[in-house]
Write a protein that binds this ligand. Structure first.
Ligand code: AKG
Ligand code: MN
Length: 190
């Protein structure tokens, strides 16, 4: 078990072979409509430190940004089915993140938007360079788990994970290759 308590995280290290993962990286880099989003932080607009894209049957609001519904591309549809096979969960949406370098990152958060329901299954596929994914317990910050997410891996978060744990991708000064991460989710109709 990756988490000592209060949730379930599973890592499938080789969900994709090396060649397959490299070819998905190139297809997603070129085929996704990447956007540079901005957030309002203390009255100022600040560029999010990564490129993002949202695809799903329903709209989604996270980090104060509204994402209208948008049909999955054929490639995302293929990967959605693979994510369903890997997890056994039913998934209808995906948030894509492109970390161009070690300066790109995602801060501490939980995937706990109301549209995901109480105990969401989040299935996260990684392509390209490896990055460190960290989890910390909300009520006991000394409880920390670090996982290296390499290209071709699949991480599944279930149960109470989003209630009790935060996760992030930290910046790094190490030389890292660009990375694409797809987090598949099930958005309930709203
Ligand atoms: O890039 C990752 O591995 C994490 C992405 C993530 O946490 C998210 O999209 O909510
Ligand atoms: Mn997340």
């Amino acid at each position: 078990m990756i988490l000592p308590r209060d949730g379930e995280v599973e890592l499938i290290e080789r969900a994709f072979g090396a060649g397959e993962a490299a070819s998905w990286f190139a297809r997603l880099r070129d085929g996704i409509d990447w956007r540079q989003e901005e957030l309002r932080i203390m009255g100022r607009m600040v560029a999010v430190p990564r490129l993002t894209a949202w695809y799903g049957d329903h709209g989604y609001r996270y980090s104060g940004v509204d994402h209208p519904p948008r049909k999955l591309t054929d490639d995302l549809e293929t990967l959605r089915r693979k994510a369903e096979d890997l997890s056994g969960a039913s998934l209808n949406s995906v948030l894509a993140n492109f970390y161009r370098s070690g300066d790109d990152a995602m801060g501490w958060h939980a995937d706990n938007e109301r549209e995901l329901g109480g105990q969401p299954v989040i299935v996260s596929l990684s392509f390209g360079g490896a990055r460190r994914f960290s989890l910390k317990h909300r009520h006991e910050p000394a409880l920390r788990v670090d996982i290296e997410l390499a290209g071709g891996s699949c991480l599944v978060m279930r149960g109470a994970t989003q209630t009790y744990w935060l996760h992030r991708i930290a910046r790094t000064k190490k030389a890292v290759d660009p990375r694409i991460n797809l987090t598949f989710r099930r958005i309930l109709p709203h």
